[in-house]
Design a protein around this ligand. Structure first.
Ligand SMILES: Nc1ncnc2c1ncn2[C@@H]1O[C@H](COP(=O)(O)OP(=O)(O)OP(=O)(O)O)[C@@H](O)[C@H]1O
Ligand SMILES: O=C(O)c1ccc[n+]([C@@H]2O[C@H](COP(=O)([O-])O)[C@@H](O)[C@H]2O)c1
Length: 191
């Protein structure tokens, strides 16, 4: 049987507990062999709202996932300049790892956005999308998405960046090590 690998693509600016819960719930529900967290170089559909570097996001991801034996980081999108279109990435990944079945995991905000994804019809032919609920968004779509129900989590990277700007605590919203890393490197505070 082919290895079953989940990909949670994201901007992870910063990674939060919502990301970890999504990955763990889907890993368990679909009996995946592993879930890879894949930070993008440049998100296709939004401008990044911070000066945090690729290395910072990789470091924070690494601290977030280090206690889960089936989580890892996929850095393939750091290899390419410009916007990180998922179709280009998954085509390349499938070439590199032809023996793997890929499941691309997205929250409901991204399910709503699917009609606008680059080359969505062809992308659908090479990956299986898995969608999870997210407060304020609908999971209804014309595309073939496997739905996995998770506990509603109203955490976003935007909320976390805003809290830091307002000098509010982000404890319990991100891993403790990430709180420390953000403090130590003065991320998000001085824009
Ligand atoms: N709380 C959540 N519930 C469900 N899905 C989530 C949640 N947070 C993030 N996701 C999903 O994880 C993926 C990566 O998200 P991303 O890194 O852009 O975080 P974000 O919190 O949406 O960021 P931002 O607030 O900066 O837009 C996306 O598919 C997104 O839908
Ligand atoms: O390829 C596209 O057109 C496309 C459009 C929107 C989002 N994505 C991908 O979906 C994932 C979640 O996006 P984001 O911006 O919420 O982090 C991430 O891997 C993005 O590169 C991809």
């Amino acid at each position: 049987m082919k290895k079953r690998v989940g990909i949670l693509g994201g901007t992870f600016d910063p990674p939060h507990l919502g990301h970890l819960i999504v990955a763990n719930e889907v890993w368990q529900a679909l009996k995946l062999d592993e879930v890879r967290f894949m930070p993008n170089q440049e998100p296709p559909h939004k401008d990044r709202k911070s000066n945090v570097t690729n290395k910072d996001r990789e470091m924070m991801l690494s601290m977030s996932i280090n206690d889960h034996p089936h989580f890892s980081i996929e850095l393939i999108e750091y290899e390419r300049a410009g916007r990180s279109y998922t179709y280009d990435t998954m085509k390349l990944l499938k070439t590199r790892e032809s023996d793997v079945e890929f499941f691309f995991i997205i929250g409901a905000d991204m399910i709503e956005y699917l009609p606008k994804w680059y080359n969505i019809e062809k992308l659908n032919e090479i990956v299986q999308f898995v969608g999870v609920n997210r407060p304020g968004h609908s999971e209804k779509t014309q595309y073939p998405v496997i739905n996995v129900r998770i506990p509603d989590i109203n955490i976003s990277s935007t909320i976390i960046r805003n809290k830091i700007q307002m000098k509010q605590s982000i404890k319990y919203l991100v891993k403790d090590e990430v709180v420390e890393y953000i403090k130590e490197h003065e991320l998000y505070g001085k824009e």
